[in-house]
Every structure is written in C-alpha cells, then in structure tokens.
Design a protein around this ligand. Structure first.
Ligand code: AMP
Length: 425
C-alpha cells in the first residue's frame, strides 16, 4: 500500500513554497516595521485551553478539534487557532503585568477537522498579530492597518475590508434578548442546526450560510442601530483613524463573532478572486474579556488571523510571483574551470547572490540548455578556451549582451554587476 498524507493536509514544495516564503518574509517585514515581535507557542496545548478560549458552543470546539489523550491520559488538542495559546503564554509568564503594551505576531500550522475543499484544509497556516493592553480605538486601527499593509505588500489588490462593531455588554445584552425573542417567534424560518444557538448567540444568524437564514436575517434589527454611546464613539473613532490612514472599508453588519469576550470592532479581509465560498483571507477584532477568561488580569486586546493557504492561492492564480530564477548560472568544462566555478559560486552566494553550478559533469551545451530552462538572469561561461585565455564570458540572458571578465577578477566584477542590476530593479 502506498503511504499517503492525511486528507486535508498538504505538502507544500517548490515552486509553490517560494510563494509561501515570500508571503512569510513580507509578514515578518510588516511586523518588524510596526513593532510586533514573534511568538512561537506549542502546537499541542491542553484541551481545556481551547474549550475556554475558543468557546464550547463554537463549531471549532464542538466538532473540529483534533483531540486525544496522551500516554499520561491528559487530554491534548492540536491548536485550531493562535490567539488562545498566545494569551495562555502571556498569562503564564506575566508579560502583561511587566509591560503595559504587548505587540506579538505568530505564524504556523493550525488544525481543524473540516470538510476539505479549495482554500479549506485540515492543516492550514495562519499569520496573526495580537496587541494587548490598549483600550483606545487607535489600537484597533493599527491592527487593521498591519493586515492591510501585508495584503498590499504581497500584491493582493482585490481586497475588501469589512468592519462592524459588536458593541459592549450594555447594548449587546438587551439586543440579544430582543433578537432571541424575535427568532423564537419565527421558529419555522430558523434553520434546524441553528435552533440550539438561539439562546447563546442569536446574532450568529447574520453569518449563517443558509439562504433561509439569510432571508430571515434581513428582516431582523441590527445591533449597529442600537449602540450605546461608548460603543458608537469607539466605532466612530476606528473609522476616523482608517480614513486618516487612507484605508478604504465598508461597514458590514453581517460580521459577528461567537463569544462573549468579543466586543467593539470586528473585521474581515475578503477577496473576489477565490470564488464565493472561501473568500475570507483573514479576520479579527477586539477581545477585551479573553485574557481574564483565561485566568489573567483584565487586559484589553485586539488582533487578527490570516490564512496563508488562501494568500498563496490568490497569488498563484494571479501568478504575480513568477517562480524564483537564479541570478547566475556558471557553465564550466574541465578540471580547472570547475575549480574556479566552485570558488566563485561560494563567494557570490556568501553575498546573497543565487548561483547554480553544474553538478553532473554535463556538456556545455546541456548546461546552457539548463540555464535557459531555469530562466537565469546571467550565464558565466568558463570553458577550456576561457581558462586558456584567462577571460570568462558573462552573458546577459535578457539583453543578449556579452562582457569579458579576467578570471582573477571574477568575484569582484560580478559583484559590481549585480549591485548595479539590483539598483536598477
Ligand atoms: P478564523 O480563525 O476562523 O477567524 O480564520 C481566520 C482565517 O484563517 C480565515 O479568514 C481563513 O483565511 C483562514 N482559515 C480558517 N480556517 C481555514 C481552513 N480550514 N483552511 C484554510 N484556511 C483557513
């Protein structure tokens, strides 16, 4: 029997993995620029963390977690998302007490037993940031801007930012009560799988996929129209800050969240390039009650998570990242030439220039063919004739122009060349 990977868990290899590398590099660069430091938490955590941190009445905890008992009989779970682990670590180490503001980012695999389809997998990757300790709406706006900047940096232009507010308890509680009563009056229109949620979080009817539910939701009152002063001010300020940063957005009342500790801002980045169903690239919001819920001191927080698989899919489909091409391919022939090519290749690689050399002793013709296939920017010819004359030939594969370079000055002159061409890019 052939061994196969687990359904919904993918191998990511070249050339696809080059795209992933670029996305991750961009995420790190955007975080560095905005002052977010990387946190790596364990992939396995106690099951209890997610029951409390994600919520028992969510799809994730009810039916999607990979949970098992380890050899000691402890219940462990492969993390289905990143925030709970980050907050667990913050509480465990007392970081929020030592520092008034914490800015963290994470990148890594998450696990959910969902029905696999394009853009939805059982092992998938998220990049996320968390900003802890700031109540001001400036924090919400900064977090959104980091997500927006990443999407722009990697060249996803077809993005829509949708924002909404979940308000605070003082307006949400009476609103939920009203909503629950209205849903109960219209029980025949409520989808079967939603009936058990009517009491806990009636607002989820707004993001229910069912057409019947959507039709019903259209007739229900919106929390946006019933905000108290604090919630409405917070939401207004977030929007003002987004305007100041020239980040376009739409207000969308259908963005809701499943848990009590979410409040105020909720947002999503969506795209049209992945079709209708898996169009969410990322989402996030404010979770002022979560730190306390997981045993820490009351600490406000806001963050988002983005799906790297989906970012990679969008870029692949738009092919805005051509695969990686070597800067230089050295074509060699004969013992002396191979020795020169190895030395030069190492020196250039040490300076960050990508260089391919022949490893199979193939003919110069075959090596040139490979250089073309690899779409190399430059080819350096060091055949027996070149060794005899002491001059190598550098070919620019785009312009077809050629230069002669003395063998003893190869590294220095090539470096100059590359610095020049990097400047022109
Ligand atoms: P969530 O943690 O559910 O709010 O998801 C945040 C983002 O992660 C989504 O917008 C998706 O881009 C991505 N995501 C969530 N679940 C999956 C999955 N099963 N497969 C691939 N990406 C996912």
């Amino acid at each position: 029997m052939k061994l196969q990977s687990i359904r919904g868990m993918n191998d990511i290899a070249p050339p696809e993995s080059h795209i992933w590398g670029k996305i991750e590099d961009a995420a790190r660069a955007v975080c560095r620029a905005a002052g977010y430091g990387e946190i790596r938490t364990p992939i396995l955590e106690p099951t209890e963390l997610f029951k409390r941190g994600v919520g028992e009445a969510t799809d994730i905890v009810e039916k999607e977690m990979y949970t098992f008992d380890d050899r000691n009989g402890d219940s462990l779970t492969l993390r289905p998302e990143g925030t709970a682990g980050v907050v667990r670590a913050v509480n465990q180490h007392g970081w929020a007490i030592q520092q008034s503001i914490l800015k963290l980012f994470y990148l890594g695999p998450m696990y959910r037993h969902e029905r696999p389809q394009k853009g939805r997998y059982r092992q998938f990757y998220q990049f996320g940031i968390e900003l802890l300790g700031v109540q001001d709406p400036l924090a919400d706006a900064e977090v959104i801007s980091v997500g927006w900047d990443l999407l722009k940096k990697i060249g996803i232009h077809d993005v829509e930012l949708r924002i909404s507010t979940l308000g605070t308890d003082s307006c949400r509680k009476p609103y939920f009560k009203k909503l629950t009563a209205l849903l109960k009056e219209n029980m025949d229109l409520v989808p079967e799988d939603f009936k058990s949620r009517i009491e806990k979080n009636p607002q989820r009817i707004f993001d229910h996929k069912d057409e019947k539910a959507q039709a019903l939701a259209k007739k229900l009152p919106l929390l946006l129209d019933e905000l108290d002063e604090e919630s409405s001010q917070h939401f207004k300020r977030v929007q003002e800050h987004l305007h100041s940063m020239e980040i376009p957005f739409v207000v969308d009342a259908n963005i809701v969240r499943g848990l009590d500790y979410y409040c105020h801002t909720a947002f999503e980045f969506t795209t049209n390039s992945l079709g209708k169903t898996q169009n969410a690239l990322g989402g996030g919001g404010r979770y002022d009650g979560l730190v306390e819920m997981l045993g820490g001191r009351p600490t406000p927080g806001v963050g988002f998570a983005m799906g790297l698989d989906r970012l990679a899919l969008v870029l692949q489909e738009a092919s805005s990242f051509g695969g990686v091409r070597p800067d230089l391919v050295i074509v060699s022939s004969g013992k002396e030439s191979v020795s020169v090519s190895l030395k030069v290749a190492r020196e250039l690689r040490g300076r960050g220039i990508s260089v391919e050399v022949d490893l199979e002793g193939r003919s110069m013709k075959a090596q040139l063919k490979r250089a073309n296939k690899l779409n190399a920017q430059y080819v350096l010819l060091i055949g027996e004739d070149e060794c005899a004359s002491g001059m190598a030939i550098l070919k620019n594969m785009e312009t077809r122009s050629e230069d002669s370079i003395p063998l003893e000055k190869l590294t220095a002159q090539l470096l100059e060349k590359f610095v020049e061409s990097f400047h022109q890019e």
